[in-house]
Design a protein. Structure first.
Length: 294
């Protein structure tokens, strides 16, 4: 096994990354369209290119202290397209209705450089979804954490919208092996939607309600021959659990009572871009309908 990357190898990796799509056209323009319904608040910019990568959150125009606050995040991993577009679609299609019951806060694209270059990492080869901790090595996470803290609200539920793609095995894990100098196992990429709950507080009925909602849009990932999804045992159909706080995952940054991480599979022959976006919207709706009934 080769030695872990030093600064030179990280620089060489960065030099190979190219802009492949437009954050301005695909995200910022849609935020402008939401300004009549919500407050669209700039909370910073990425130092890599502040003009190109301003950071925004979207929230109700007034946060009601008598309502519980729901957070929706997308684009922690920039290459996971439906996480970003699903968050935006939820705001456009459903956000106003659910604002009658909850304070809605949404950060649709935490990693805009990753979105444009279709990357899991940031330019420093840091994985944002292992970096939601104090003194984070990822400025994407540091800016987000400060912005949420500045809102002064207690997060009741958090939906973090992600994808699992074929490139997890063909691109990301080989790169991770080279970066760290540590062998990385590959696993069967599950064909279908699944969720990652919190090992310490799995909230089985909440997760089940999300799965049932998504079933109306797309198929749920089956387990592999060992009864697992991406190496983890199922807690129920389409649901695995991680220790989200110890891993510094986005879903674990707060003390939210209800958390879930969605995982859409865009490479399925049964899926389209629109189906993937619809699945993300259905996931949030399913969870919120459950919470409304408590």
């Amino acid at each position: 096994m080769s030695k872990p990357w030093g600064e030179e190898e990280k620089f060489q990796w960065l030099e190979k990354q190219k802009i492949k799509r437009s954050y301005k056209d695909e995200v910022l323009s849609k935020l402008q369209d939401l300004e009549s319904k919500y407050e669209v608040q700039r909370y910073g910019a990425l130092s890599y290119d502040p003009e190109r990568y301003p950071l925004f959150l979207v929230k109700n125009k007034s946060l009601d202290p008598d309502k519980k606050t729901v957070l929706i995040t997308g684009g922690v991993h920039g290459y996971e397209t439906s996480g970003v577009q699903g968050a935006l679609a939820f705001l456009e299609r459903e956000g106003e209705e659910y604002s009658k019951h909850f304070n809605i806060v949404c950060v649709p694209c935490i990693s805009p450089w990753g979105y444009e270059t279709i990357n899991r990492w940031n330019p420093l080869t840091v994985d944002p979804n292992r970096s939601f901790n104090k003194n984070s090595p990822a400025e994407e996470c540091e800016s987000f954490l400060k912005a949420i803290d500045d809102l002064g609200v207690e997060i009741y539920a958090h939906f973090d919208l992600h994808e699992t793609t074929d490139t997890d095995n063909t691109v990301f894990r080989p790169a991770l092996e080279k970066r760290d100098g540590v062998p990385q196992a590959v696993w069967d990429i599950p064909d279908g939607f699944y969720l990652v709950g919190n090992t310490e507080s799995p909230k089985h009925e909440f997760q089940k309600a999300i799965i049932e909602s998504v079933k109306e849009v797309t198929h749920i990932a089956p387990s592999d021959e060992n009864g697992k999804i991406i190496g983890e045992p199922l807690s129920q159909e389409g649901v695995i659990n991680y220790d989200i706080k110890s891993l510094n995952l986005c879903a674990g940054f707060s003390n939210a009572e209800y958390t879930t991480t969605t995982e859409v599979y865009p490479d399925s022959p049964k899926a389209t871009d629109e189906v993937c976006i619809d699945a993300q919207v259905a996931a949030v709706k399913g969870g919120l309908e459950f919470l409304k009934g408590l």
